[in-house]
Design a protein around this ligand. Structure first.
Ligand code: ZN
Length: 269
């Protein structure tokens, strides 16, 4: 038999499948892999949290502060009053495993956040906007709700939670864990975590004052104001739409039969 050389047929390296179909398969496959990895990480964090008891978390973060936090003077009256208010609200959370400490961040951007070990940070920007103790009480009560569900640890990011887990179980050092307020501001909670923190916060406010008047007034103000108020952007970017929150909070008060009018307590600064 004689070998007759011939050119390979045209397009031998081109698949019979349409390139768009191939691209689609690739994208779908990669998406599936990413979703799987994300779910696995979420699952690992849930397991890790189970192994990080609150006592251990408190011990590890006793005197800890985020690296980029600029605190106001310890003699600041607002600090004293905010701490008193948190203590009074937390009193109604029976068996709260944390001893909460408050710090005020010297930032014009309105925000409040819950951090490891029972640390609550409120910014000067937020304090400038609250007009009564009742308004502030709800913001603080909401943050207490994040502690109850340990959302604050989930918000740290998977990597940090896993390092914490290693610190707890294998005695690794946590000093290498770097957390900044800026990081945390960028990470929000899920809608479910937010509503659950709102419900808990409102219950604390009701138990403390016997009514929920002005609990959501701050959000009402933000919702009614079409201007982008300086400083509001950050809190609203990490929290659900102010208008939705007001509706849900009103519903809860109505359902529970909590008075929506009552004596307003002024700010003591
Ligand atoms: Zn929140």
């Amino acid at each position: 038999m004689k070998f007759i050389p011939r050119q390979p047929r045209e397009g031998i390296n081109v698949s019979d499948t349409h390139p768009l179909v191939e691209a689609g398969t690739l994208v779908a496959g990669l998406t599936l892999i990413f979703v799987f990895i994300a779910l696995l990480l979420i699952f690992l964090v849930e397991i890790a949290l189970y192994f990080i008891p609150v006592e251990k978390e408190v011990a590890l973060f006793e005197d800890w502060l985020p690296e980029d936090l600029i605190t106001v003077s310890p003699a600041d009256e607002r600090l004293h009053q905010a701490q008193l208010l948190v203590d009074r609200l937390a009193f109604h959370w029976a068996d709260a495993p944390y001893t909460f400490r408050v710090e005020i961040d010297d930032s014009d951007v309105a925000n409040a956040m819950a951090l490891p070990g029972g640390l609550i940070i409120v910014t000067e920007g937020l304090l400038d906007q609250v007009e009564s103790e009742n308004e502030l009480a709800f913001v603080l009560g909401h943050e207490l709700g994040h502690f109850r569900n340990r959302d604050h640890l989930r918000a740290l990011g998977r990597g940090i939670v896993l390092s914490l887990f290693l610190a707890t179980t294998m005695g690794n050092d946590v000093s290498s864990i770097s957390v900044t307020v800026t990081d945390l501001t960028l990470r929000g909670f899920s809608r479910q975590q937010e509503s659950s923190a709102d419900e808990f916060g409102l219950a604390l406010v009701y138990t403390h004052y016997g009514h929920v008047d002005e609990a959501w007034r701050l959000f009402e103000k933000w919702d009614n104001d079409d201007r982008i108020m300086p400083g509001v952007v950050s809190y609203t970017s990490t929290h659900p739409d102010a208008g939705d929150r007001v509706e849900k909070l009103k519903d809860q008060a109505l359902r529970e039969g909590w008075p929506i009018e009552g004596l307003i307590t002024g700010l003591k600064w």
